[in-house]
Ligand binder design. Structure first.
Ligand code: IPM
Ligand code: SF4
Length: 419
């Protein structure tokens, strides 16, 4: 069996499972974000009275936090009431940030556990050896009522990463390159596993970015075999109680693909599809109106460290704005403590409260028609960050910081190497 199959079998209380089988599993972490008040409505419609395991449930205020409209404020208010009535102590209020980052910050995504959130990028938690997947309101309400949910055991595609990343090239470039190559429908309801020597070199932050964007391939979940980096990351958070499963030698992958990351240069997903990926150099010189560093893909401490290094002591271009949105309150505080925010503010950045912000085009940094945004986030569909006629280029934090500096799409390697 694959490690994921062993995990699902254990949570279903059976010895063996196989791809395609439907299993009913105990869920360890169930998250509801603020765009999904429908979950509470479904809970009531389905006859729910008491939440079965309130301590396993988290409610996140992230897609519009703090609220920009009265309707949003009413939703938050109703969520607070529901949490109070049901004894849900883990209400992640407007000071917390993007659900996925908050889960990681709190050490709740861990090997061998099932993390289900009303959000497609829950695949990210596979970077820590968890089974993370996104669901809709009815499924989440089912978990609220029963503590369990059904899953179809996915087939697994193994992506082996060899070679070494060149300076100025990052995990984000790797996942963009893979998306461009395999295309957005390649992984529909599959698990995407990353393995190989290049992965060993990658930090947890980079692994999270890789797994996060498997959603853009349609993946149900993703997986990275926990190793010393995983253990050390969790240990630093005081988390030691988890189970690491390993894949049997004779497990049959649905597909095995290898990429030499040393062959990959800076990439962009050009408008308006995540798999419209090209070498960044093909777009060199395109004017950038807004650079956006944030989201559950590209708003972590390491991303701001990279951006601050490039921009420290410089100023962003005259006709370009730089919006910085650390993915969580914890990331914000750590960035402040390390001086990254100061460096970026000195360089002319605008700091927004932690949350989804302009990544989903609801508030805090929307773009106008014909404006170009370069973003560290994960989706560039028309209208995703504001006007339907806006143009979004997805790239690494280094490429995005470099674009803010020069006002145009620019190869970050010239700036990273010059440090
Ligand atoms: C709103 C939410 C359900 C959605 C998702 O599922 O991913 C959002 O976070 C996004 O990134 O588009
Ligand atoms: S930061 Fe963006 S991608 Fe991540 S959960 Fe929020 S809206 Fe979705």
């Amino acid at each position: 069996m694959h490690a994921i199959e062993k995990l699902l079998a254990a949570k279903a209380g059976v010895d063996r499972v196989h791809a395609g089988q439907i299993v009913n599993c105990d869920v360890d972490v169930a998250g509801i974000n603020d765009l999904y008040y429908q979950t509470v409505k479904s809970f009531v419609e389905m006859g729910g009275q008491r939440v079965k395991h309130p301590d396993d449930v988290l409610i996140f205020f992230d897609h519009y936090a703090p609220c920009a409209t009265v309707i949003q404020a009413e939703d938050h208010k109703k969520f607070r009431q529901f949490a109070h009535e049901q004894g849900i102590a883990n209400l992640m209020d407007v000071n917390q940030g993007v659900c996925h980052q908050v889960v990681v910050d709190r050490g709740l995504a861990k090997p061998g556990e099932i993390v289900v959130i009303t959000d497609s990028h829950s695949t990210m938690h596979g970077a820590l050896g968890a089974f993370g997947t996104g669901v809709g309101a009815t499924d989440l309400a089912t978990i609220l009522i029963t503590g369990k949910l059904w899953f179809k055991v996915p087939e697994v595609i193994k992506i082996t990463l060899t070679g070494h990343l060149h300076p100025g090239v990052y995990a984000k470039d790797v996942i963009l390159h893979i998306l461009g190559d395999l295309k957005a429908d390649h992984g529909i309801y599959k698990a995407i596993e990353f393995a190989g020597p290049a992965l060993k070199d990658m930090t947890i932050s980079e692994r999270l970015a890789l797994c996060n964007m498997t959603t853009e391939m349609g993946a149900a979940t993703s997986y990275i075999q926990p190793d010393d980096r995983t253990r050390n990351f969790l240990k630093a958070k005081g988390v030691t109680d988890y189970t690491v499963y390993t894949t049997d030698e004779d497990y049959h992958y649905q597909e095995e693909i290898t990429y030499d990351v040393g062959q990959i240069g800076p990439q962009v997903a050009a408008p308006a599809d995540v798999d419209n990926v090209h070498d960044l150099s093909d777009y060199q010189g395109v004017h950038v109106d807004q650079a956006y560093i944030g989201s559950c893909t590209g708003g972590r401490l390491q991303d701001f460290a990279t951006a601050a290094k490039i921009l420290k002591g410089h100023h962003i271009a005259l006709d370009t704005r730089l919006i910085i949105v650390p993915a969580s309150g914890e990331v914000t505080r750590e960035c402040i403590a390390r001086g990254y925010i100061q460096d970026l503010l000195d360089a002319g950045a605008t700091l927004s409260p932690s949350g989804c912000a302009a990544c989903i085009g609801i508030h805090q940094g929307l773009i106008a028609a014909d404006e170009v945004c370069m973003s560290t986030s994960n989706r560039n569909f028309p209208g995703r960050m504001g006007s339907l006629k806006g143009q979004i280029y997805l790239a690494s934090p280094a490429a995005t910081a470099t674009a803010a500096l020069t006002g145009q799409i620019t190869d970050p390697r010239d700036y990273v190497e010059a440090e």
